[in-house]
Ligand binder design. Sequence first.
Ligand code: SF4
Ligand code: SF4
Length: 416
Amino acid sequence: MSLSEIGHGAEDRCTRCGACLAVCPVYNVLGHERFSPRARVQLVRVCQQPDHAFLSASRGFRDAFTACLQCGACDSVCNAGVDTSAIIRSVREEFLVQKEGWKGHLLDFLGTAEKSKLSETVFAMLARIPVESGLWQRFSSFGARKTGRIVPLPAPESFLAQKDRGKKNIANAKTVFFTGCIQNYLYPEIAEKVDALFSAELIIPVDQGCCGLPAWASGYRVRAQETVRRNLNIILANNPEAVMTACSSCAFMIKQWPELFEPGSEESKKARHVAGILKTFDQMALEHGCVGSSVALPLPADARVAYHISCHERFFLKDHKRRLEALKKITGRKISPVESCCGGGGFFSVSCSGLSRDVFARLRVEFAGKYDVILASCSGCLLQMRSLLHKSSLTSEETQAPLILHASEMLSARKL
Ligand code: SF4
Ligand code: SF4
């Protein structure tokens, strides 16, 4: 695809009004026009001119299109209908992805792992994560580029591996539980709690894979298609009435699945069907009568609780108000919203780790000293906030950091 096909006239529709600058987390941290959404759209225009085409191979071009969280804030305020986040994804796909694909990331990681003499146990844990998982991007970048991020190692046994060992057939189960990689490999305790709440209802296909979001957002469209095609076949083989996920980024991606395939194709129809029967954890919890009065809450009555609205919920799914009300009912708590971007953005948190921290610092100001618990429905936000707040050696400031929990964890007997 050429740059004029990628822009598709958007670069002419852009009136350069600047509305997108005010909401872009990256621009707000860096303050340079070249990292604004508007500048990226105009860069697509400039590079279409034959005497400026060479710029598309420049470091500045790569940096401008790498430093984007794919949060969608810019799209949401543009009166000219410019879909900047989609333009950035297409530029990544055509100009920035490594030719060797994720295999390159994997080889990077293995090389580094060998040098750092990781134990065989750790290797064995990592080996269980399929190459298709977006987690490889995190591990590979963590190791190879020394980002200094605390990326938790996989749990000794993934949630789906546990399920595979103790397979049970539930005759009346009609809802497929789609776990996503972070809950499956890093935080299986969250998936276990969700399973414990609705177990009579859930079908859990143990061979399900990554939702495809890390690949799609990074420009690896073919990889995302392969992953989604496989998931569709696995999910639909169970003939479910509903598909439930407890991760809002997986929910966002499942809603995008139809866009990965030719309109009208069989795959597009299957993807549309699955997107149409999708439900979220909070919806299912309400359906099952999980309300504050009927569950054991582990928190002090006066604990101050906030709900972090992820960018996917706020700008794409647009279901954050409903979620907030549902969470209040489920937990029986007063819950305040916090809205700033966490700076996670999937791969952004490792490819632009310093910038990611600076974006997070703004969110931290929003909740510092005000809350005891921050609830997150997005596994990526949960990972980002836990990684940056709860380090291995605690300082006095960090001990005061709020607990970062998934809503399902408030419904369990956890002691503060
Ligand atoms: S909000 Fe839209 S029209 Fe205004 S500068 Fe940004 S991309 Fe251009
Ligand atoms: S998607 Fe978010 S980070 Fe990327 S340009 Fe738009 S507002 Fe900025």
